[in-house]
Structure formats: C-alpha cells, structure tokens
Design a protein around this ligand. Structure first.
Ligand code: SF4
Ligand code: SF4
Length: 300
C-alpha cells in the first residue's frame, strides 16, 4: 500500500456467507447492541426462504464453505426452521440467537435435520452476565432467566451452544466472571460449556451506553504495514441483507458497507476506515466461531 493511502482489505476468496435474516428486528433492545436492533426496527426487511435459497446457490458456485444467520433475532422469522434446514444442505451453519424465544418443536426439527445431513448446526447464544443482576441491566428485565431456559432447551436437544458475552467488565474481574458463567451453566445441565468473550464495538446502541470511537481510533497506514489481513472477517466473508451484499455484519448500518447486488460484485477492496475496524484490528476475527472443542473457563 503506498504511504498515505487508506488501508484496504482485498478479499482473496469467499469462505463464509452471513445472512441478516431478520434485518435489525429483535425482541430485545440491549443497551450495548452494535447494530441498534429493537422490536420496531424495520430499516431492513426479512429475507424470504426463496431469497436465502437463491443466495445459497450463488454462494455454492463461488465455493463458500459455511453459513451464518444473524439479525436482529433470527428466531423471530416465521420460516427460520426451513431456512436453516435449506442452508444445512450446502454447508455447516451457525445461528446467532439471544435464546429467549426458542421452542422445543423447532429444535426437534433442527436436530433431525442435522442428524440426517452431513453438516453441523451450531448455536451461539448471547448472555452478558452470569446472573440476572449482571445480565439484565444490559439485555433487559427477565432476559437472563429466559436465555438460560433457551440454553437448557438446546442442551436437551444435544446441541452444545457457544455462549457469547460482551466484555463489559474490567480485566481484573475476568477470571471470576468466567468461573461464575461456567458454574451457572453447569447448574442447568450444560456440563462443559463453550464460552466466547467479545470486545465491545462502540457503534449502534453501545455508542450511547458508553461512548463512540474517537477520531484517532482508526487503522493507520503505519499499523497496516505488515498486518495479516486474513485475520479480518471482511477478507473472506460477506453478509446478505434485503438491500444486497455488505462487507460485514458489523457495519451493516453504514451506507458504504453495501458493495453490490451479487456476491461476485461484492468481492472488491474495502477501506477499513471505521472505528469498528480499529477494534477488529486489535482483536482479529471477532465474528468467527471459537474452537469446536467444549471449553472450560480458560479454554475459549
Ligand atoms: S445484542 Fe443481540 S439480542 Fe440484543 S438487541 Fe442486539 S441483536 Fe438483539
Ligand atoms: S468492521 Fe471489521 S470486518 Fe467490518 S470492514 Fe471493518 S475490519 Fe472488516
């Protein structure tokens, strides 16, 4: 990159495709949500089963290996079960959920679909504290109990959900908090919980909760020199909304994130000039799944 130019990520190939399947509609309105999701957010439309099927075909032709479903809350979509089953015919699937609206009947169908196919289905459940007292002030009254019920239901259907928590605590408190998380999850029958800790992204609702990025929180040309850009989600992934194909799920609300109507059009360089890009630079591929091995308090 010539000196003075803004850092750009040039995608080498497409490994993963994300679906913003319910747009930004969520039954919750967490104070730290980096995409301003809430129950009345209709800025993006839901993707239909036909939309998803057509993108799966497009992705298969480009060699995409795995699929992620996010929102908003994916399980608000009336066709989410057939959508996930359709995706499982093309590759491993991960669905990001807040765990509060899961139903046993849906999980039975998804368990059967996974067992009958060759690809895995992973769940990531967001919980931001190991108790109602630590979780609910961020995610809403009653959400800890509801999310833990969702985790229990998943475990009862032989899924091993990845519990994701955003770091809203100090470094000094971390080992205690992880230990408490593991304890709370074991109490509901999740013997070897998998836990993924995420950095805060100071955009969306989180910008009001704490603060936004300062002007200097940007990747500079000096920082970029020698950096391995394959660490970034945008190097090998894209996300589909009803508007087209965007660079990554994190920047879905930024107008410059929309890169084209087709996946092939979207495979072009992107200037990583946002504050959130600075966080990705610091923490790497924060959207990816952790190791598939069940985690202890230290292994995540
Ligand atoms: S953080 Fe997740 S559960 Fe909370 S409002 Fe945003 S999308 Fe919904
Ligand atoms: S926010 Fe992260 S994943 Fe998105 S474009 Fe910036 S560096 Fe890439």
């Amino acid at each position: 990159m010539p000196a003075g130019d803004l850092p750009q990520v040039v995608p080498s190939h497409l490994d993963a495709l994300w679906f913003q399947v319910t747009g930004l509609r969520c039954n919750l309105a967490c104070h730290h949500c980096f995409v301003s999701c809430h129950p009345k957010n209709n800025t993006f439309a839901f993707l239909s089963l036909a939309d998803v099927e057509s993108r799966l075909e497009e992705a298969a032709a480009l060699g995409v290996k795995e699929f992620y479903f996010t929102g908003g809350e994916p399980f608000l979509h009336p066709q989410i079960v057939p959508i996930l089953i359709a995706a499982l015919a093309y590759g491993p699937v991960t669905v990001l959920t807040n765990g509060t609206v899961l139903k046993a009947d849906w999980l039975r169908q998804l368990r059967d679909a996974e067992e009958q196919g060759i690809y895995s289905l992973e769940f990531r459940v967001s919980i931001d504290g190991f108790s109602p007292e630590s979780n609910d002030p961020i995610r809403g009254e009653g959400t800890f109990v509801r999310a833990m019920s969702g985790v229990k239901l998943l475990v009862e259907h032989n899924f091993l959900p990845i519990i994701t928590a955003v770091r809203t605590w100090s470094d000094a408190a971390e080992s205690h908090i992880v230990a408490e998380f593991v304890h709370a999850l074991k109490e509901i029958g999740y013997a070897r919980p998998r836990i993924k800790l995420l950095p805060t992204l100071q955009i969306g609702a989180e910008e009001s909760r704490s603060c936004g990025y300062a002007d200097h929180d940007r990747i500079t040309a000096e920082m970029w020199a020698g950096f391995d850009s394959t660490q970034l989600v945008c190097e090998n992934s894209r996300v589909v909304s009803d508007r087209g194909v965007h660079v990554c799920p994190i920047l879905i609300e930024s107008p410059d994130s929309l890169l084209g109507k087709t996946l092939a059009q979207s495979l072009r360089p992107f200037e990583v000039s946002h504050g959130a890009c600075f966080t990705c630079y610091q923490f790497g591929s924060i959207c990816a799944n952790p190791s598939s091995a069940p985690a202890t308090g230290k292994d995540r």
